[in-house]
Ligand binder design. Structure first.
Ligand code: FES
Length: 155
């Protein structure tokens, strides 16, 4: 995995190559995203590709199904931690370390132990109430380890 790789740059790169109109380039992008995310296409990445390229989710899913090498992960939940500067000053890094160790996951990956896809995002625009996290898209303020355990483990 390339530490400097970002989905945003990949999207811009493949757009210059003709994606999404050129389906070969769209598939090349999907393969790259999959390669950068441990061999599966995370649902957040698929959603972002659809949004940025203005594609229907159903169309993108059909493309993914048509190419046998491509596969999406099916984790039931989604955990996003804010990696913005204000939250970083409020112990977000410690929370990230907790998540990564307890649920055996790296940013951009899937935790089979916790049943969620995991990513560290930019500022969630909730700085005064950080550290911020989103669980299945719902924003939570003043996140701590107890909140994460409650969300993920249910107690
Ligand atoms: S830096 Fe985390 S919400 Fe702004």
């Amino acid at each position: 995995m390339d530490q400097n790789w970002t989905l945003e740059e990949a999207l811009a790169h493949y757009r210059r190559q003709g994606a999404p109109g050129d389906q070969g380039m769209l598939v090349a992008l999907l393969r790259e995203v999959q390669g950068e995310n441990g061999g599966v296409l995370p649902s957040w990445a698929v959603a972002e590709i659809a949004a940025v390229y203005g594609l229907k989710d159903t169309f993108l899913s059909a493309v993914i199904k048509r190419y046998p090498g491509l596969r999406t992960e099916e984790a039931p939940h989604r955990l996003e931690l804010c990696g913005g500067p204000r939250c970083a000053g409020r112990d977000a890094a410690r929370l990230a370390a907790f998540v990564e160790e307890r649920y055996a996951v790296r940013p951009g990956g899937v935790s089979t132990r916790g049943g969620f896809t995991y990513r560290v995002t930019g500022c969630m625009k909730n700085c005064p109430n950080g550290p911020s996290l989103k669980w299945d898209g719902t924003l939570h303020s003043r996140a701590d380890e107890a909140l994460i355990r409650k969300l993920v483990d249910g107690g």
